[in-house]
Design a binder for this molecule. Structure first.
Ligand code: SAM
Length: 277
C-alpha cells in the first residue's frame, strides 16, 4: 500500500546517463509508489537496483499505451503510480501525454518530480542564446520530410533544439545547413556520461568534424537563431547571387549562396528568381 503518498500519477524524471543525477525526492517517491509504469522495465530495473529498491513495474510504451492505459487509470484512482521513461523527463520525446491528459480528465492528481532533460542540459552548456528556444525533438527520417520540417523552422527567431541519433547526425547537419544557412550550432553528445563532448562551430565546421570522426552515443543538436550569422547588405547578396547565376539555376544559386553566407535559402531563391527575370 501507499506510504504517505496520495493517489495519483507521479511523473518522475530520471538520469540521462549518470545515475548520480537522480534527485533525492525522485528516489523517495519511487520507494513509496505502489507501481512504476516504465518505458522499458529492464532499463528502470537498473536504476532501481542502483537505489536498492524492488518495486512492481509494468511496461507503458508507444506500442502498448492504448491497451494498458485504461487499467493504469484504474490503478491511479486507487494508489500512487509513477511514470518513468528510459532517461530524462517523461513526455519529452517520450510517451505519457495521453496518460497525463486522461488522468487529469478523470479527476485524479498529476504530480511532477522534475529533473534531468537532455534538451535543457544541452542548452545549459551550449553557450548559445537561451532566452527563447524552440524544442523540435526528432526530425523525420526521410530526406524530403526532414527538409520540409527544417524549412518550416527557418523563420523562427529562437534557438532550435533537436534530438538526433549518431548514425544520422551528419545527414541531419547537412540538411540544417541547406535549409537554414551556415548558422552557429552546438553538438552535445553523451551528456553526463564518460564520453561527454560539446562541440561548437558553424554547421559546416560540425559537418567536417563529424564526417572525419563518426560519432557514437546520444546527441542533442542546438542551432542559434538566424541573427547570429553575419549580416550581409542587400547589394552584397545580389552580387553573390549574380555571380552564382552565371553558371547555376536560381535554386542552385540560392543553395550555394545560403551555404556560403548563412542567409535563408528561401529568401535567396525568391531574390535569385527576380534577378534572373
Ligand atoms: N525524455 C528524454 C529527455 O528528457 O531528454 C529524451 C528521450 S528521447 C527518446 C532520447 C534522445 O534524447 C536521444 O536520442 C538523444 O537525442 C537525447 N539524449 C538523451 N540522453 C542524452 C545524453 N546523455 N546526451 C545527449 N543527448 C541525450
Amino acid at each position: 500500500m501507499t506510504q504517505n503518498l496520495k493517489p495519483g500519477l507521479y511523473i518522475i524524471a530520471t538520469p540521462i546517463g549518470n545515475l548520480g543525477d537522480i534527485s533525492w525526492r525522485a528516489a523517495r517517491i519511487l520507494e513509496q509508489v505502489d507501481v512504476i509504469a516504465a518505458e522499458d522495465t529492464r532499463v528502470t530495473a537498473k536504476l532501481l537496483r542502483h537505489l536498492g529498491l524492488k518495486k512492481p513495474m509494468l511496461a507503458y510504451h508507444d506500442h502498448n499505451a492504448e491497451l494498458v492505459r485504461p487499467a493504469l487509470l484504474t490503478r491511479i484512482a486507487q494508489g500512487a503510480v509513477a511514470l518513468v521513461s528510459d532517461a530524462g523527463t517523461p513526455l519529452i520525446s517520450d510517451p505519457g501525454y495521453k496518460l497525463v491528459r486522461d488522468t487529469r480528465a478523470a479527476g485524479h492528481q498529476v504530480i511532477t518530480i522534475p529533473g534531468p532533460c537532455a534538451a535543457v542540459a544541452a542548452l545549459s552548456v551550449a553557450g548559445l542564446p537561451t532566452d527563447r528556444f524552440l524544442f523540435a525533438g526528432f526530425l523525420p527520417n526521410r530526406a524530403g520530410a526532414r527538409a520540409t520540417a527544417i524549412a518550416e523552422l527557418a523563420a523562427v527567431e529562437a534557438t532550435l533544439v533537436f534530438y538526433e541519433s549518431a548514425p544520422r547526425l551528419v545527414a541531419m547537419l547537412d540538411a540544417l545547413r541547406a535549409e537554414l544557412g551556415d548558422r552557429e550550432a552546438v553538438v552535445a553528445r553523451e551528456l553526463t556520461k564518460i564520453h561527454e563532448e560539446v562541440v561548437p562551430g558553424r554547421l559546416s565546421d560540425l559537418i567536417a568534424h563529424f564526417t572525419t570522426r563518426p560519432p557514437k552515443g546520444e546527441i542533442v543538436v542546438i542551432v542559434a537563431p538566424d541573427d547570429e550569422t553575419p549580416v550581409l547588405s542587400d547589394s552584397e547578396i545580389d552580387t553573390a547571387l549574380r555571380e552564382a547565376l552565371h553558371s547555376l539555376s536560381p535554386a542552385q544559386a540560392a543553395a550555394q549562396v545560403a551555404r556560403n553566407t548563412g542567409v535563408n535559402r528561401k529568401s535567396l531563391y525568391a531574390r535569385a528568381l527576380a534577378l534572373k527575370a
